[in-house]
Design a protein around this ligand. Structure first.
Ligand SMILES: C[S@@+](CC[C@H](N)C(=O)[O-])C[C@H]1O[C@@H](n2cnc3c(N)ncnc32)[C@H](O)[C@@H]1O
Length: 279
């Protein structure tokens, strides 16, 4: 991009973007009519999707808090981060360690523009516009801000399901995992189709179909497929669960609905044997 070009010069606001649809789901401000049209279609299928988006964010908060506060992780690489507005990785990590370094990677130009403006006064947080499907380039950039010789919290929250081909998705995750130091952690959440005849399976299939029609491909994979992203890693308790089941903060007050069963998440330690294999 030429330096005089603004990110908004190459944004087509007539087409929805998954970053802005996600922001609309979270109750944020960074979305347009095309994004809200997709949001409405999601709500027609699963009216509780905004509550589920909050559940996902609360899981991320608990996972990052655990890594920072309990395990002393002080560097995070958040790939496909979305807008760093609502309680996000840097806010949580820097609450427990004000000098924790966070690199956000997101190739949506609106996310980059808003992110840079929001983070201008934060010396410990950087936003990069790299394509996460190009791990070598992304990691070369990331190295300028975090030390890959020390443990890193690698966050892939609600993004790997946008990679259509399962093998490519597995290779992308492996490339990042393999580049990190032993004692790093993978924090991953992925949309899930339980494929068990339940209402959750119907909702997952309908959402996948609807997202596909809007050009925002989103794959609701099986438990075994999602588990494959953690192959060779030491999955922490309670394992691969729905977000509300991963160390909840207290008793559940809101009722569960089918959409609560359409994501699986986990946190895993990267052991010595796996790290550095792609370098
Ligand atoms: C569904 S949103 C999830 C955002 C955030 N992680 C969360 O949990 O709220 C997926 C994000 O991944 C970003 N994304 C998708 N493909 C990407 C790619 N190839 N490289 C970088 N970012 C990507 C999108 O721009 C979007 O912001």
């Amino acid at each position: 991009m030429a330096t005089s070009e603004r990110p908004s010069d190459r944004v087509d606001f007539e087409r929805p973007s998954i970053a802005r649809v996600s922001d609309a789901l979270m109750g944020g401000q960074d979305h347009y009519a095309a994004d809200r049209a997709v949001l409405q279609q999601i709500l027609d299928i699963a009216p509780d999707s905004p509550a589920m988006a909050q559940e996902v964010r609360q899981w991320l908060v608990r996972a990052v808090r655990y890594l920072t506060e309990r395990l002393g992780v002080d560097q995070f690489l958040d790939l496909g981060s979305g807008f760093p507005t609502v309680e996000n990785t840097h806010r949580v990590a820097q609450k427990y360690d004000p000098e924790a370094r966070v690199v956000y990677v997101d190739n949506d130009p609106v996310v980059q523009a808003h992110g840079r403006a929001l983070l201008v006064d934060n010396d410990y947080t950087h936003i990069s516009g790299n394509d996460l499907l190009r791990p070598a380039e992304t990691l070369a950039d990331v190295r300028r801000f975090i030390d890959l010789e020390r443990p890193v919290g690698l966050v892939l929250c609600a993004v790997v399901h946008h990679i259509t081909d399962l093998h490519q998705a597995q290779q992308v995750v492996k490339s990042y995992v393999g580049a990190l130091a032993p004692g790093s952690y993978l924090v991953l959440l992925h949309h899930h189709n339980p494929d068990d005849g339940t209402e959750a399976a119907t909702v997952a299939a309908s959402l996948q179909d609807r997202f596909g029609r809007t050009g925002l491909d989103t794959h609701y994979r099986s438990r075994a497929e999602i588990a494959s992203f953690f192959d060779g890693l030491d999955l922490l308790e309670p394992g691969l669960t729905a977000p509300h089941e991963w160390w909840p903060d207290g008793p559940r007050l809101a009722p569960l609905t089918p959409v609560n069963r359409t994501s699986l998440c986990g946190v895993a330690r990267i052991p010595q044997a796996l790290s550095r294999r792609t370098q």
